[in-house]
Write a protein that binds this ligand. Structure first.
Ligand code: NAD
Length: 402
């Protein structure tokens, strides 16, 4: 049975947003302290089994609470793996699928992801493959998954050659979020998970930047009302560019803001420090600071706009220097292979970037929110950023500095 949108799903104790991505749509229900409401909503799907994909860490923290809420009426298969990116592999996927089938999963079963983006991606791909498609429900437990990965149809795992090389597009039946589950994230994880959200504000929805900045600097970030506001804002910002772009290859490309240099920094830092390297969100935040300086040098963004970038990133608690060993030469060499190659005709000494003409307004080549940027411009922006690093750090609120 193919997964179909269950737009009728709702719960009186949860806020509801309708997510539309191209032709697909699904409900996103969210609230605080609502595992019971999540379980009640899951039971309305009349599944013959819930196949829960999670990791050992999340299960240890919140697994029993979920099982208690689900009760004993419907059989539950728990598929657990070690936490972390290393589990997004074909062998883990195959093991999970065989385990679910061995337990008696059928076309009427519902695959439930319970965790961050890693269990989410594994569960998404698994749901799309089991019987050529069974229903998928996400219960995200990280800010990255709740505010970013579940708002995309992309479901992918890693190959031995590279990240997210094996995947599909698949629509969940619903996303059900209890922001109380984020309470066990460390302050650093909580903040760095918000980098992509901050990127979406700068590139898509600048009218909410001041409210975001206020929550990051003065409010209690972990308070349910802050998290619910952040969730709602993420849904509306990302939805604005994906609603007509299922595959994120047109307007959705603006989500790549900060990614050209950001990906290069992430890759180079992980090569030298493995898992101790900067997180994806932190790398993208640095990438935005470089992109902002390139735009400013072109006369598009103002100095004040660059300062808004700096303040936002500083208040996310992200390090404001590029890791030692990740040199400008290596960054430029790496962006030659950036995954946006092919969208634009480019000279040999340039790469495709998302650049902002104004906050919330990407520069375009034809219909695409991409422009060609010369490597010398990248070098100049890296130099300008290097010179400003210490000053940016001083903008960070005391509790966010590592
Ligand atoms: N599909 C997409 O468009 C998309 C978008 C963004 C990210 N992603 C993918 O998502 C993954 C990153 O997501 P992630 O950062 O959530 O990774 P993750 O699932 O590995 O979670 C990060 C860590 O947080 C822990 N954790 C999860 N929930 C917790 C909680 N409530 N309390 C305490 N610890 C908790 C996990 O055990 C893990 O150690 C990457 O694989 C990335 O490719 C996909």
């Amino acid at each position: 049975m193919a997964s179909t949108a269950q737009d009728f799903l709702s719960h009186p104790r949860m806020q509801q947003r309708h997510i539309r991505i191209g032709e697909s749509s699904f409900p996103y229900l969210f609230s605080s302290n609502c595992l019971d409401a999540i379980a009640e909503t899951l039971h309305t799907l009349d599944a013959d089994r819930f196949v829960v994909v999670t990791d050992d860490h999340v299960f240890g923290l919140h697994g029993q609470a979920l099982l208690r809420a689900l009760g004993t009426g419907t059989p539950v298969t728990i598929l657990r793996h070690e936490p972390g990116e290393a589990m997004k592999t074909l062998p883990s996927l195959a093991e999970h699928i065989e385990h679910a089938l061995g337990d008696g999963a059928t076309r009427r079963s519902v695959v439930v992801s319970f965790g961050g983006g890693v269990p989410g991606n594994l569960a998404g791909l698994m749901a799309s493959l089991l019987f050529r498609g069974v229903r998928l429900v996400h219960i995200p437990t990280t800010t990255v998954s709740a505010m970013d990965s579940v708002l995309s149809l992309k479901q992918a795992i890693n190959s031995r050659v590279g990240k997210n090389h094996v995947g599909s597009y698949y629509t969940p039946t619903a996303v059900l979020t209890d922001v109380e589950l984020f309470g066990t994230l460390s302050p650093r994880e909580l903040r760095s998970g918000l980098c992509e959200m901050a990127k979406n504000c700068l590139a898509i929805k600048p009218e909410i930047i001041s409210e975001l900045q206020e929550i990051l600097t003065t409010g209690n970030l972990a308070a349910p009302e802050s998290l619910l506001w952040l969730l709602d804002a993420s849904i509306s910002a990302k939805g604005q560019v994906t609603k007509n772009d299922t595959y994120e290859r047109k307007d959705g490309l603006v989500l790549e803001y900060g990614h050209t240099v950001g990906h290069a920094i992430e890759l180079l830092d992980h090569r030298q420090r493995d898992a101790d390297g900067l997180s994806h969100g932190e790398s993208i935040a640095l990438g935005m600071l470089i992109a902002a300086r390139i735009s400013c040098a072109r006369g598009w963004l103002t100095e004040a706009d660059v300062r808004i970038h700096d303040e936002l990133v500083a208040s996310l608690g992200v390090t404001t220097s590029i890791p030692e060993g990740v040199t400008a030469d290596r960054i430029i060499d790496t962006i030659r292979d950036d995954n946006k190659r092919g969208y634009l005709p480019l000279p040999d000494d340039a790469a495709a970037f998302v650049l902002l003409e104004q906050l919330g307004v990407p520069a375009r080549s034809g219909e695409l929110p991409l422009v060609s940027v010369g490597f010398q411009e990248v070098q100049d922006a890296l130099d300008a950023f290097d010179a400003a690093g210490r000053e940016i750090l001083s903008l960070a609120p005391a509790d966010s500095v590592r």
